[in-house]
Design a protein around this ligand. Structure first.
Ligand code: SAH
Ligand code: SF4
Ligand code: F3S
Length: 378
């Protein structure tokens, strides 16, 4: 009987795509992919470490399975905890970081063999299995043809991040920024089109930093836009420090591109932006969105904001609110600062009191809700 695997996904779109890659690899290796944990022999948690809350949810769910199934911890938490994950929860049989997902079928096979007394070397697998050391992914994993959606596909254009924003765990768990070759990206999209895909979202932690020889992000968008069979092209996430006029013009001119931009602001205070290591000041951000709006007439604009970065004063918080009022985002994801061990910001001990954090979070959420509602009603 072929074993059944259920992959449960947390975190960003990158993980959604990685889970498809994992399912594709496992299907090819002879496993059945299950849509729920019911009846699954193996459960894989593809996890996120960006905020503590994201990790807590996974730890509590992993603990709830109590030895009845084979549990794998993969993705960003796997990289964050490495072999320590086994000490944290004895239910976990294998731990695989994001750069090593191609090895999951082999690892599961070893786990399965290790559990059987007739396995070739059961002793070897008394030590639990973990794999978190690779720095690159083999190109083949992107060509498994497994898609969750009939029409829409996520396409990874770059992996990792080298920006080291001081609060962020991503560069530590995903490694440095690496660009896929533009030819490989186009081949992957072409294959997706033959599977019936008509919409793609290009993915990277910082898509507009894309560079493969002469091909930058605006050029890549142009090449993707030209693929016949595709109807809609979108991308995620852009970084203000790498946004250019050419990039905005590409959004305006390319017919298949969604006329929208997600441009994370994080804070409206220059002192906090500097502490965050974001590489721009509030006035640079405002100038940038001003040119975006002049070039892409009627284009949507959304953002991410972190409230309660260590040492953020009430005045500095108000600067963020003032920028939100000025910018008039269509929507904003507003996060409470979460200290991530190992990051630069985690060394700043002066964190906001939880009730003050709560207050600021609610205040800016209400402010943005009002703006979003007003823009929607127009
Ligand atoms: N690469 C993307 C997004 C990465 S994480 C970018 O730079 O925009 C998505 C969002 O999570 C970030 O934009 C930020 O607002 C938020 N975030 C990241 N680390 C965080 C932390 N430690 N605490 C709270 N929010 C965080
Ligand atoms: Fe994290 Fe900054 Fe990289 Fe985004 S750009 S993933 S916030 S380090
Ligand atoms: Fe989370 Fe990893 Fe994405 S930390 S936000 S799943 S890159």
């Amino acid at each position: 009987m072929r074993k059944k695997v259920f992959v449960r996904t947390y975190g960003c779109q990158m993980n959604v795509r990685d889970s498809e890659v994992i399912c594709g690899l496992l299907q090819k290796a002879g496993y059945r992919i299950s849509a729920t944990d019911q009846g699954a022999d193996i459960i894989i948690f593809n996890t996120c470490s960006v905020r503590k809350h994201a990790e807590d949810r996974v730890w509590s769910l992993v603990g709830s399975y109590k030895g009845s199934k084979i549990i794998g911890l993969v993705g960003c938490m796997a990289q964050n905890y490495k072999e320590q994950a086994f000490a944290r929860d004895a239910n976990i049989s294998f731990v695989v970081g994001p750069q090593d997902i191609d090895k999951i079928p082999v690892i599961i096979e070893k786990v399965l063999r290790g559990q059987s007394p007739s396995g070739d070397n059961p002793l070897l697998f008394e030590r639990k299995l973990w794999e978190t050391d690779s720095s690159i992914r083999p190109e083949e994993i992107y060509h498994m043809g497994f898609y969750q959606d009939k029409e829409h596909a996520y396409v990874v254009i770059s992996e990792g991040c080298s920006n080291f924003c001081s609060y962020c765990v991503v560069p530590y768990v995903r490694g440095p920024l690496r660009h896929r070759k533009h030819k490989d990206i186009l081949t992957e999209i072409w294959e997706a089109i033959t599977h019936g895909i008509t919409k793609v979202t290009l993915l990277g932690q910082n898509v507009n930093a894309y560079q493969d020889n002469q091909v930058d992000f605006a050029k890549l968008l142009c090449q993707v836009n030209a693929l016949s069979g595709l109807k809609e092209v979108d991308f995620f996430t852009s970084n203000p420090k790498d946004a250019s006029i050419d990039f905005f013009k590409a959004i305006r001119d390319l017919g298949k591109l969604a006329k929208r931009l997600h441009l994370p602001l994080q804070s409206g205070s220059d002192r906090i932006l500097k502490l965050m290591n974001r590489g721009y000041a509030a006035k640079d951000y405002l100038a940038l969105i001003d040119s975006y709006r002049k070039i892409v007439k009627g284009g949507r604009l959304t953002t991410d904001i972190i409230v309660g970065f260590p040492t953020e004063t009430d005045e500095e918080f108000k600067e963020t609110c003032a920028l939100v009022k000025k910018a008039r985002f269509n929507a904003a994801y507003i996060f409470k600062y979460s200290s991530r061990p190992g990051t630069e910001a985690a060394k700043i001990v002066d964190e906001l009191k939880p009730n003050e954090l709560e207050k600021r979070h609610k205040k800016i959420l209400d402010l943005q809700r009002g703006i979003s509602k007003e823009l929607r009603s127009r």
